[in-house]
Ligand binder design. Structure first.
Ligand code: NAP
Length: 576
């Protein structure tokens, strides 16, 4: 489910996309006034929700309804339509594995697909498995309240309760709540304002315009490269430079597509047995165990191969050892200096004060060369911060930049944000936002004590964004739906983690994070990009294979660490 800073003035819905951004999105509520009853309710119609619906309905024979605030399927790929939006895991890997037929019939045109192709794929999946008839679009879920007496969840919008479900699957995504802009005066700007995460469906023509982009993370970097080709002038307002490396995109050729299709099962197994969920297999133990020459060779090779190979498939100690990390960081810095002609601009683009990979490394095509264009200016807003947005443009402490359009690429309230805005209230009136006031508390990143029968798909303290999302999603949906099946097979009502198991899991995830370089950097992995958000690592950093083994053992041991209860056996349709 996509939420755009939902209480801010920047709550642009697809219905009202152009600036000035001075009014709230009005999200139609399709409630007919009747409370509908389902075995399971799924929130979100992206990769997670579509698969969850297929599994619950078609493979388990349960009644299920998906709700999404968008007017169509796609999740993150529905909303992020900004120029240059592209996946940075190879599409043959960033795709569903649950259906052999689907894998065989779908053919990707590029190694790393652009947003329109991924959205087409998700539409194809929705049609192929006849999913739309059980999805209610244009519906923002704002309350999920556990009914302890009757053991079901009441699902509501601002207009009241619309559904009941015994089980909730939260497929709300990790990057689906836009960060609210912190700039004074944005409402006074006379030009156009766009959010990368809620881009107009009909596109934007920047021809002849003076455009400012704030933010140089993964979204900004992709958008900047494309907007520069069109705008009369592009000014980039960058606070922290990133270690961006080439994505290595190319058209898919027939032979590699055939090879992939012939070996899909093995490829998926290999993916699931690798740290990041992609079948890279060249990682060497330590950057410090080889000569400087060998290191350079490895880095240069991975840099050209593209994808996340430099990050995850060069040396295994980059995220753990500062000295090892510095060798990779220095390699990337040298590449930036090589690619950007003006040494002053190159210096501004060079990250110096945090280790490589501790902020999510963006992937790019000709990003650095963009700064060699005459129509592009880089402004360092760390040394000269933005004072305000005026009616003419952006004013920093060093001057005012007149603009026709501003693009905000300022990121997301990641991982916990989408869950915390659904008004989740568990047993004994416990609000999720209160329970997580000092940071998320979960067992396996999939459930939380006090919130029975509620499953977070790729939730906090799971590998989530550090595990190829479609596979991470399938694993979590499988875990959740297997648990539901187990409850039903054993005539049980609820599943809920014990406090003890949760406490141990949180400590384990924390200990793992402390062994890495992550906690020292201000990143959205740490919640550090949102003012006031608790600063804790949101991820399980033990890698996908270790995590998958733990989940498999939990399941094999009859859901160890969970309490499974039988208390009522009423039909929820007849209770109030
Ligand atoms: P992001 O990585 O959080 O980057 C946000 C940018 O905005 C940063 O440069 C940040 O600067 C800047 N910013 C935020 N608030 C600011 C403020 N008040 N003043 C000045 N600058 C500010 O967000 P994102 O680029 O949208 O990417 C988020 C994640 O989405 C990525 O890391 C990735 O996981 C995912 N994503 C994936 C793809 C893909 O698959 N290809 C594409 C796009 C995004 P600081 O660094 O100084 O905070």
């Amino acid at each position: 489910m996509k939420e755009i800073a939902n209480e801010s003035a920047l709550a642009l819905g697809p219905e009202q996309r152009h600036s000035p951004l001075n009014s709230k999105a009005s999200i139609p509520n399709t409630s007919s006034g009747q409370v509908e009853v389902f075995d399971a309710v799924v929130i979100g119609a992206g990769f997670a929700g579509l698969y969850a619906l297929h599994r619950l309905r078609d493979q388990m024979g349960l009644s299920a309804r998906v709700f999404d605030v968008a007017s169509d399927v796609g999740g993150t790929w529905y909303w992020n339509r900004y120029p240059g939006a592209r996946c940075d895991i190879e599409s043959i890997h960033y795709s569903y594995s649950f259906s052999a037929e689907l894998q065989q019939e779908w053919t990707w045109s590029e190694r790393f697909s652009a947003q329109p192709e991924i959205l087409r794929y998700l539409n194809h999946v929705a049609d192929r498995f006849d999913l739309r008839k059980d999805i209610q679009f244009n519906t923002r879920i704002t309350s999920l309240v556990w009914n302890e007496k009757n053991k079901f969840w009441e699902v509501g919008t601002n207009d009241g309760i619309i559904a009941r479900g015994k089980y909730i699957i939260a497929g709300t995504g990790n990057l689906s709540v836009a960060k609210a802009p912190e700039f004074k005066g944005v409402e006074n700007f006379k030009g156009e304002v766009y959010l990368t995460g809620n881009w107009p469906h009909e596109g934007v023509d920047f021809t002849g315009k003076r455009v400012g982009v704030i933010g140089a993370g993964a979204s900004g970097i992709q958008a900047i490269t494309e907007i520069a080709k069109e705008a009369a002038h592009l000014t980039v307002f960058q606070r922290t430079p990133n270690y961006a490396t080439p994505i290595g995109n190319a058209p898919m050729d027939t032979e590699s597509t055939r090879q992939t299709k012939d070996h899909y099962a093995e490829i998926r197994t290999k993916s699931r047995n690798s740290f990041l969920g992609v079948p890279y297999d060249q990682v060497l133990p330590s950057a410090l165990a080889v000569s400087a020459e060998e290191r350079r060779r490895v880095y240069a090779e991975r840099y050209v191969q593209g994808g996340f190979r430099l990050f995850i498939d060069s040396f295994a100690d980059l995220l753990f050892n500062k000295e090892a990390n510095e060798t990779a960081a220095e390699f990337v810095r040298a590449k930036i200096r090589e690619r950007v002609k003006d040494p002053k601009v190159a210096d501004m683009l060079t990250p110096k004060d945090y280790p490589y990979g501790t902020k999510r490394p963006p992937l790019e095509t000709n990003y650095y060369e963009t700064y060699n264009r005459d129509n592009v200016t880089l402004v360092d807003i760390k040394s000269t911060p933005i004072e305000m947005i005026t009616n003419q443009g952006i004013r920093t402490t060093s001057g005012e930049y007149e603009l026709d359009a501003i693009v905000l690429a300022i990121g997301f309230d990641a991982i916990t944000g989408p869950l915390l805005q659904m008004g989740i209230v568990g047993r004994n009136g416990l609000k999720l936002e209160d329970k997580w006031a000092n940071g998320p508390l979960t067992y396996l990143g999939i459930a939380s004590h006090g919130f029975p029968n509620l499953f977070f798909i790729t939730g906090p303290q799971s590998p989530s964004v550090l595990y190829n999302m479609p596979l991470a999603i399938e694993d979590h949906v499988d875990f959740a739906t297997d648990a539901i099946r187990y409850l039903r097979d054993h005539d049980l009502d609820t599943i809920e983690p014990t406090l003890e198991a949760e406490t141990q899991w949180v400590a384990h995830a924390y200990d793992l994070s402390q062994q890495t370089l992550m906690p020292g950097t201000d990143s959205w992995y740490m919640g550090a990009n949102i003012p006031g958000k608790p600063r804790v690592c949101m991820l399980y950093l033990g890698g996908a294979p270790a995590y998958r083994k733990i989940c498999a053992d939990v399941e094999a041991n009859g859901y160890e660490g969970f309490t499974l209860d039988r208390t009522v056996a009423k039909s929820i349709a007849t209770t109030t």
